[in-house]
Design a protein around this ligand. Structure first.
Ligand code: G3H
Ligand code: 13P
Ligand code: ZN
Length: 322
């Protein structure tokens, strides 16, 4: 059952977080649905611009509609990840998306507000909710000064102002994370004090954490042992920190890279172990099972495991705009 993102946030706020996972193909979709059913967890499916053009946006939509039929028990929302204005409007018009993200965080504050405001107006008219972004998601850069680094984090006072002016429904905040497989080295990590300060300015307002993959070191080691050349040592977000962040208002935790690592490990090991094999379904089956297992573990860390029936009970009494 496709529900609104707002319904999921309302149920989760302050208690647990919803995993938001990117998908590009049928195998990822199968693993995602199987894992969440096994964990009895609600979830968000993220579709990026890149995913929409990888095969065809209609292909992804068809896969998701099919999954909704194959897994009638599942409760999920469909979200556009890192959209520009044009793609947001397209997704809003399509009637298929529960929510869209407008990413104008690289524009100056006023411009970010103006673009987000336009998307919010179009979205709310169609019952779709909007995630916006404020601040700069950082990289590993060890040599950057602490003051300089903190300046890239979302400013709590600006966040309050931004939400009031733009009318967005959730806010992606820069709280120390970055996208990809190389997030933290040395003693870096999540800035809990910043999340807390933002929550104090925006009580009850859903916050979103991008760049939340944990980049398991054993996964990286297995990929490299099977011929990969990923940089070892750089870590992701400690999955044990998902729940403490959720308690501070982080409702949505974006995970893409970790799924790509599962895919890479499965396929590298598979073809190393079975060089005579050329049936794409053989590693595909292993990947679906391994990805489902990964999703179960994330749901447990997020605290979303076991919430499915409670969400279903609340879904009847629809909550909030979209
Ligand atoms: O934050 C970006 C997501 O990991 C999606 O990546 O744009 O390569 O599909 P993508
Ligand atoms: P990761 O690269 O940490 O998986 O982050 C994904 C993300 O933020 C998608 O929007
Ligand atoms: Zn992101």
């Amino acid at each position: 059952m496709i529900v609104t993102t707002a319904q999921l946030f309302k149920h989760a706020y302050g208690k647990y977080a919803i995993g938001a996972y990117n998908i590009n193909n049928a195998e990822q979709a199968m693993g995602l649905f199987r894992g969440n059913i096994e964990a009895q967890s609600p979830f968000i499916i993220q579709v990026s611009k890149g995913a929409r053009s990888y095969t065809d946006k209609r292909m992804l939509e068809a896969i998701l509609r099919a999954c909704d039929e194959i897994f009638p028990e599942a409760i999920f929302a469909v979200h556009l990840d890192h959209g520009d204005e044009k793609t947001c409007l397209e997704c809003i018009e399509s009637g298929f998306y529960s929510s869209v993200m407008i990413d104008a965080s690289h524009d100056p504050f006023e411009e970010n507000v103006a673009i987000t405001r336009r998307v919010v107006e179009a979205a709310h008219a169609r019952g779709v909710s909007v995630e916006a972004e404020l601040g700069m998601l950082g990289g590993v850069e060890e040599d950057i000064a602490v003051d300089e680094k903190n300046a890239l984090l979302t400013d709590p006072i600006e966040a309050k102002e931004f939400v009031a002016q733009s009318g967005c429904d959730s806010l992606a905040c820069a709280i120390g994370t970055s996208h990809g497989a190389y997030k933290f080295s040395g003693g870096q990590g999540l800035h809990f004090e910043r999340i807390k300060a933002i929550q104090e300015q925006l009580p009850g307002f859903p916050l979103v954490m991008h760049g939340s993959s944990s980049v398991p070191q054993d996964e990286v080691a297995r990929i490299n042992a099977a011929g990969g050349k990923l940089k070892e040592g750089a870590k992701g977000v400690d999955a044990e920190q998902y729940l403490p962040a959720a308690k501070l208002g982080v409702c949505k935790v974006n995970i893409d890279t970790d799924g790509r690592l599962v895919w890479t490990r499965v396929h590298r090991e598979f073809f190393q172990d079975k060089p005579e094999d050329f049936d794409l379904r053989s590693p595909g089956k292993v990947f679906i099972a391994e990805y489902a297992k990964f999703i179960v573990s994330r749901s447990t860390y997020l605290g979303s495991a076991g919430q499915l029936e409670s969400v279903r009970a609340h879904a009847g009494s629809k909550g909030g705009a979209a």
